[in-house]
Design a binder for this molecule. Structure first.
Ligand code: ZN
Length: 313
């Protein structure tokens, strides 16, 4: 699913096309996209709105309007946006697509098409007074902002007994980290993904903070990772997947030490790590055992739905 680097890349691609433009015509054909709101009503509300800014918070794309309202787009698993320029005859240049569920025609004659194979994506139109509250209760600090320091991460982790990977997947801990960049960050930090979050040393928290920023920055630089459906608004692909350190690299040698990358499950998610560079830290007798018990608990049938919900916001 698209994570911070992918959504940021989409934002950068769409901003020049959308900013200053008015939504002339809006067609939403999938009721799942706007539920519980009626797609026709939402489409009508959007018509006439002028875009002032295309923003991002975590994995949310935020289209801000002159009226103060905002359209929050979450791509979830397989959502993607495509801009078709007017001089290229807008949507006519694109092949017919059974997975296209919304089209916005802008006042310059260009189109923005929303495609979603799995149909988990959402479009939510928020009134001016609701925008900040909605986002701030669901999304933690932005990790790539200069003001984001290790102490902010430390505060969030101090009370969490969950494995560090589960903790950083929770969007309230830090914004925008998903399954891919969590693994990449922990490899960079040399921290075992099952280490209980509140047992990390101050140095380890600093390393995780640095690892999160470095892995997300690497993703943004390569315009995100295209594994399946993710595309840039001009239809091109990202290339971050070519430089992953651990994600999806089971059995391949760790570039730091040569040990084959291993795959386990943490909080119900496939997790890749280097068993040598990211050895489970033995903080005292029984600590490994305790970690394993927590790992087992996080995979029990009672808990995964909670961690999935948290991680997908
Ligand atoms: Zn290694």
């Amino acid at each position: 699913m698209p994570e911070l680097p992918e959504v940021e890349t989409v934002r950068r691609g769409l901003a020049p096309a959308l900013e200053g433009r008015r939504f002339e015509h809006v067609e939403i054909t999938d009721p799942r996209l706007t539920r519980p709101h009626d797609p026709l009503e939402v489409a009508l509300e959007l018509e006439g709105e002028r875009v002032t800014k295309v923003d991002r918070r975590g994995k949310y794309l935020i289209v801000r309007f002159e009226s103060g309202r905002a359209l929050l787009i979450h791509l979830r698993m397989t959502g993607s946006l495509r801009h078709a320029k007017a001089e290229d005859h807008g949507l006519e240049q694109l092949p017919a697509d059974p997975h296209r569920h919304a089209v916005v025609t802008l006042d310059d004659g260009s189109d923005v098409a929303y495609r979603d194979v799995r149909r988990f994506g959402t479009w939510l139109l928020l009134e001016p007074s609701d925008v900040d509250t909605y986002i701030d209760t669901r999304v933690g600090k932005e990790p790539l902002e200069a003001a984001y320091k290790a102490k902010h991460l430390a505060e969030k982790l101090a009370t969490r007994r969950a494995p560090i990977k589960a903790a950083i997947l929770d969007q309230r801990t830090v914004a925008g980290v998903g399954n891919i960049y969590a693994d990449e960050a922990l490899w960079r930090a040399q921290v075992h993904p099952l280490t209980p979050a509140n047992e990390l040393t101050a140095d380890e928290v600093k390393a995780v903070h640095k690892g999160i920023r470095a892995s997300l920055q690497a993703g943004v630089r390569r315009q995100g990772s295209t594994l399946r459906d993710y595309q840039l608004p001009d239809g091109s692909s990202g290339s971050a997947q070519d430089r992953f350190k651990v994600y999806g690299r089971g059995g391949l040698p760790c570039e730091r030490c040569g040990t084959p990358i291993d795959k386990i499950r943490v909080a119900g998610r496939g997790t890749w790590y280097c068993p040598n560079c990211q050895a489970y830290r033995d903080a005292g007798a029984g600590s490994t055992k305790r970690g394993q018990r927590r790992y087992a608990a996080s995979n029990s049938s009672k808990r995964p739905s909670r961690s999935r919900r948290q991680s997908s916001v």
